[in-house]
Design a protein around this ligand. Structure first.
Ligand code: TYD
Length: 216
C-alpha cells in the first residue's frame, strides 16, 4: 500500500466540507499523485444507500446501536470500494469524516460509549486508520449558529438534536484528539475560511513534504 490516507473531522458547522472543496485543487497543484475526495456516511453506491437510511428525517425512533452499526457498515463498504483501491493505486485519499465521527457522535453524542463504538469500528476498518487526520475545531455554539444561518428549515435529523448532544460530541472529539497526538492535527475552524484552508494545507504539506513538493 503506497498511497496516503487523510481524514477530515469536526463537529457540525465546522465548515470542513466547504473548506475541502477549496483545499482539494490547492493540494493537487502541489503533487503529481492523483487525489481522490470522498465522504462519509456514503462515498460508494451501497454506502450512499445506507446514508439515506441513517440521515432520513422521518427515522426519528432509530435505536442508537442500530445507527452505530449502520455507520460502521457504510464505512466498511466505503473502505472496500473506494479507500483501499485508491491507496493501492498509489493515490491520495481524502475522506470527509471517518471513524472518529462515529466515536464522537455515536459513542459520545448518543452515549453508547466511546470504547464500545471504537470496538465495532475496529471490526469494520480492520486496522486501516488514516495516516493523518485534520480536526476542524469549532465550539458547539459557533458550529450550531452557522448551521442555523446556512439552511434553516432544512436541517437533517442529527442537526436537530439538542445543544447538549453537540456538547457531548465536542467533548468526545477533544478526548480523541488528546489520545491521538501523532495522527490528529487540530485547525482553528473559527477563523476566516481562507485562513482555515491555509492552515489545513500547511499541516498536510508539513506532514508529507516529499509528496506535496511540486512548484518549489
Ligand atoms: P453531512 O450532511 O455529511 O454533514 P457534514 O457536512 O457536517 O459532514 O452529515 C453527516 C452527519 O452524520 C453529521 O451530523 C455527522 C454524522 N455522522 C455520525 O453521526 N457518525 C458517523 O460515523 C459519520 C460519518 C457521520
Amino acid at each position: 500500500m503506497s498511497g496516503i490516507f487523510i481524514s477530515f473531522e469536526g463537529p457540525d458547522g465546522a465548515g470542513k466540507t466547504t473548506a475541502l472543496k477549496t483545499l482539494m485543487p490547492l493540494l493537487q497543484a502541489k503533487t503529481d499523485q492523483e487525489i481522490v475526495l470522498s465522504r462519509e456516511p456514503g462515498g460508494s453506491s451501497i454506502s450512499e444507500k445506507i446514508r439515506k437510511i441513517i440521515l432520513d428525517i422521518h427515522d426519528e425512533e432509530m435505536d442508537p446501536r442500530t445507527e452505530a452499526l449502520l455507520y460502521a457498515a457504510a464505512r466498511r463498504q466505503h473502505l472496500i470500494d473506494v479507500i483501499l483501491p485508491t491507496l493501492q493505486a498509489n493515490k491520495i485519499m481524502l475522506s470527509d469524516r471517518f471513524v472518529d465521527s462515529s466515536i464522537a457522535y455515536q459513542g459520545g453524542g448518543r452515549e453508547i460509549g466511546m470504547k464500545e463504538v471504537a470496538d465495532i469500528n475496529d471490526f469494520a476498518i480492520d486496522g486501516h486508520l488514516p495516516d493523518l487526520t485534520i480536526y476542524f475545531d469549532v465550539s458547539p455554539e459557533v458550529g450550531l449558529s452557522r448551521i442555523r444561518k446556512d439552511h434553516e428549515g432544512a436541517m437533517d435529523r442529527l442537526e436537530r438534536e439538542a445543544i447538549d448532544f453537540h456538547n457531548r460530541v465536542y467533548d468526545s472529539y477533544m478526548k480523541i484528539v488528546k489520545a491521538n497526538p501523532d495522527r490528529i492535527k487540530t485547525i482553528n475552524a473559527e477563523q476566516a475560511p481562507e485562513k482555515v484552508v491555509a492552515d489545513a494545507l500547511d499541516a498536510i504539506i508539513k506532514r508529507f513534504p516529499n509528496i506535496f513538493n511540486k512548484g518549489e
